[in-house]
Write a protein that binds this ligand. Structure first.
Ligand code: SG4
Ligand code: ZN
Length: 250
């Protein structure tokens, strides 16, 4: 069916052309740090990110996605035109954005939509509809304890034949999944990185990276779907074209 897509083989990204918007602002990209324009767009304001949330995980066959319960979490600042509401978070292994050609083992996407639109899917139809904050994780030789609530539940939903949705046993504090310096970032105008690749996303890729161990990345690499093991789930880099990447430094 037309909705069938994957990350390699006969349903891989090379075959997405019928499913994807083909424009001039596709994602992900390679961030060339030397070419980034240093400019103060203002700090991002992460509202209620410091609360402890219960939530659930879903293995949707393309990624592991986290949905938090309770009060809405808001993102603003950074020259954004309005307030953006956190919709969900999910992971890519390996990372989708590369920095000076380096691909890290994991990238977290915190997906938000513009609260001027009725809902998330309506927002994807507008050029300022979506903001994704991306956090890169680099290998280190110790476990990152802040990923524990997600990883323990990933193990439960990773067996596709069993249940693909589960409550997290421990609460999650989203702020702990952001680097300490969460006000320094690269930003550019792009798209969703999966079909239909709508060109509605303002990307904020955090400059500072977080640590993850090899054993922790392996939990993601063992996620199953109907075709077997989801060994990796990143879209290859897209052309930057005429776009500029901005680098916010304080
Ligand atoms: C993942 O496949 C998520 O599961 C999708 O969320 C998400 O699509 C997609 O990634 C693209 O998001 O930040 N990588 S990205 O550009 O949010 C949407 C769902 O399928 C539409 C709900
Ligand atoms: Zn993503």
């Amino acid at each position: 069916t037309a909705s069938e897509w994957g990350y390699w083989g006969k349903y891989g990204p090379k075959t997405w052309s019928e499913l994807c918007a083909t424009g001039k602002r596709q994602s992900p990209i390679d961030i060339v740090t030397e070419d980034a324009i240093r400019i103060d767009l203002g700090a991002l304001k992460f509202d209620r990110y410091d609360f402890a949330f219960s939530g659930s995980l879903i293995n949707n066959g393309h990624t592991i996605q986290v949905k938090l319960d309770g009060v809405p979490i808001h993102l603003s600042g950074g020259s954004l035109p309005s307030v953006y509401v956190l919709e969900q978070m999910h992971f890519h292994w390996s990372a989708e954005h590369t920095v000076d050609g380096v691909r890290d083992p994991l990238e977290l996407h915190l997906v938000h939509y513009n609260n001027q639109y009725a809902n998330f899917s309506e927002a994807t139809q507008h050029e300022n509809g979506i903001v994704v904050v991306a956090v890169l994780f680099e290998f280190n030789n110790y476990d990152n304890p802040d990923l524990m609530p997600i990883l323990e539940t990933t193990k439960i939903v990773s067996n596709w034949v069993g249940k693909n949705m589960a409550q997290m046993r421990n609460k999650l504090i989203p702020l702990l999944l952001l680097p300490k310096d969460h006000t320094t970032y690269y930003s550019y105008e792009g798209s969703l990185t999966t079909p239909g690749c709508q060109e509605s996303v303002m990307w904020f890729v955090m400059t500072e990276k977080l640590p993850i161990s090899e054993a922790q990345v392996n939990v993601f690499r063992h996620v199953q779907n109907s075709n077997g093991t989801l060994k990796y789930n990143y879209r290859p880099k897209q052309e930057l074209g005429n776009r500029k990447v901005h680098h916010r430094l304080e």
